[in-house]
Design a protein around this ligand. Sequence first.
Ligand SMILES: Cc1cc2nc3c(=O)[nH]c(=O)nc-3n(C[C@H](O)[C@H](O)[C@H](O)COP(=O)(O)OP(=O)(O)OC[C@H]3O[C@@H](n4cnc5c(N)ncnc54)[C@H](O)[C@@H]3O)c2cc1C
Length: 385
Amino acid sequence: MDSLQVPRPTWMSEDLNMLEEQTRKFLAGELVPHLETWHEQGIMDRKAWNKLGEAGLLCAGIPEEYGGAGGTFAHETVINREFALAGLDSIGAPLHSGIVAPYILNYGTEEQKKKWLPKLATGELVAAIAMSEPGAGSDLQSIRTTALKSGNGYVLNGSKTFITNGQHANLIIVVAKTDPAHGAKGTSLMVVETDNTPGFRRGRKLNKLGMDWADTSELFFDEAKLPAEALLGTEEGQGFFQLMRDLPQERMIVATSAVGMIERALRLTIDYVKERKAFGKAVMEFQNTQFELAECKTEATIGRVFHDHCVERHLKKELDTATASMAKYWLSDLQNKIVDRCLQLFGGYGFMDEYPISRMYRDARVQRIYAGTNEIMKVVIARTL
Ligand SMILES: Cc1cc2nc3c(=O)[nH]c(=O)nc-3n(C[C@H](O)[C@H](O)[C@H](O)COP(=O)(O)OP(=O)(O)OC[C@H]3O[C@@H](n4cnc5c(N)ncnc54)[C@H](O)[C@@H]3O)c2cc1C
């Protein structure tokens, strides 16, 4: 019997059950065997993107007419949970498929959708979104990158940091001021195809506390020339509103990773304490261990039910930003708490890099920081009080 007995969401269909099984099999056979190499080299192999594309695991929620798998956010959620369950914490695919591709689908012109989405679905293009700058993260209105009109196009100047998929990306949505005199209303989303953009330069792939093989990089734009069609959509000054409208989905992607990582941590720990002996009995037999894990399982179940409820509301287009922020902040906090308690039950082995729980502890920390810090989530929730 499964030691967690995770409740199945009501929105799981036969089709989604099959996707779950296929994804699990694909990841175990094709990606998990490379984890140690990626961990050592600090980045995933570029060709893994194409493999994901071939397996239909990129852009699952994008309509078939644009090369996607024609699914919904439920499909994305099933795949993202499998990434977490398989220990692929550092993978940038959820951002590629669930954040960048939907911006193009929701706000791009027909021409832009036809040009970019099919290549994102195959992995020919790898996507990134560049909002954060050395001087501005939470306070996005104060970004300094500019995209100013010049001839028939734009000239992009500025620097971005902490950008996921930064080394591999060849399609980057850059948040820039097209009218620096106006804060939010002067902000636009510019789509940069890096292969033909002189003036674009990649900086360092940054060393981090965790998510060792996540491709997190600096990017520089120095008089980078962009064609007029680089503007996402047809109207300048829409960037901030476009970003705001898609926030619930971005926050649910982090919440789903949290749910998957919590389940993985608990499964690994339950297996370990049943095997490990101390004072002549299995560590599982101590009442402290049982109570610790009973509490963790209870909270994990509560978290999963809330997560699934939020996904259901998002599928019905009823999920508001404040509720999605609750899911992001509460589940990522819970993930950190549970992984810490699980690690304690591993004793000294929990501190060793070769034990997955040790890496999970390090990987968990950033979940409270990126996609909007948990403090910003509370600011958003507090506005509804
Ligand atoms: C691994 C990783 C991957 C990332 N990927 C991307 C990416 O792909 N694209 C991208 O654009 N960015 C990315 N980021 C950046 C991330 O989104 C930012 O780090 C985050 O939004 C916080 O911004 P900051 O680092 O500038 O912190 P700051 O904004 O300087 O915040 C510092 C502290 O002040 C607090 N604070 C700020 N404002 C308030 C407030 N109003 N009320 C209360 N407290 C406040 C914060 O919560 C935080 O504790 C990534 C970051 C990491 C670490």
